[in-house]
Design a protein around this ligand. Sequence first.
Ligand code: NAD
Length: 296
Amino acid sequence: MKLLDGKRLSGELKDEIKIKVDTYLSQGHRAPKLCAILVGENPASQSYIRNKVRSCDRVGFASEVIQRSVDVTQAELLSLIDQLNKDETVDGFIVQLPVPDHIDDQELLLAIDPAKDVDGFHPYNFGSMAQGMDAFLPATPYGILLMLERAGIATSGKNVVVIGRSNIVGTPISILLSRKSDMGNATVTLAHSRTKDLKEICQRADILISALGKPFFITHDMVKEGVVIIDVGINRIDDLTKKSGSRLVGDVDFEKVSTKASYITPVPGGVGPMTVAALMMNTLKSYQKKLGLKDE
Ligand code: NAD
């Protein structure tokens, strides 16, 4: 079994981005800039944002977190998005989800300029992606593609099973892997909460991507020998041996499933860091496009 070490791979990607940014800076260009809108005080969101800011620092990007209290209005957020759309110094920005219930996140998403939508969630980017046109790919699926590519795991002709059909992970990764492209050409089954005979479907998978958010859901008997496991789930479970009283696990029973897998991602340290690296890649792409710069 080989561990798909997202921490290491994302570190390599960030080093490559940093080299490019340093070159652009030495040519007299400004640094790329990523902004994030953070609403409220959700500890998980705060931690995700901290990681993104740290990554920006590491690759030489400028970054700004724009915080708003939990009682911010829809109109205030739309006006903020409008400002960021118009700000020439901002290459990309994200709205950290989830937002409070009184906020319509779809309306926010539609207000983001697709050219700055580095999360790749806007329907313009999603549609372009689905049609194989140039687009910002959603960060988690993009991170998974980069991980497979870097690990030399071919997808062409493979049976891929994706569990979970969210707009940010399951649906886009199923589209990307079935596209006619280098990291595509797979035969993809998209499973979800209404899927019947999930165990049999999973047993046929050469590559199994789990994005449903249920700890220990994928068990040893559900996978075949040699399967590649991409565990997207992030679940907090009680663990009294830890100081905090809890720990993060994925959707996969890692200990037992890893004995059958040829490759497997850990949680934490697998898909999560790749998602952040993909966000950096998208921001760099936006910056390059804006300034008319070529990949160095
Ligand atoms: P979601 O939470 O919006 O939806 C869950 C999906 O799982 C649904 O499509 C549902 O149909 C499916 N599902 C639920 N129960 C099922 C069952 N018993 N059998 C089959 N399918 C079932 O999805 P999401 O936002 O993609 O999040 C999924 C998980 O991935 C969460 O744990 C989330 O925290 C994690 N996540 C991780 C990253 C990362 O960077 N590592 C990024 C995004 C989401």
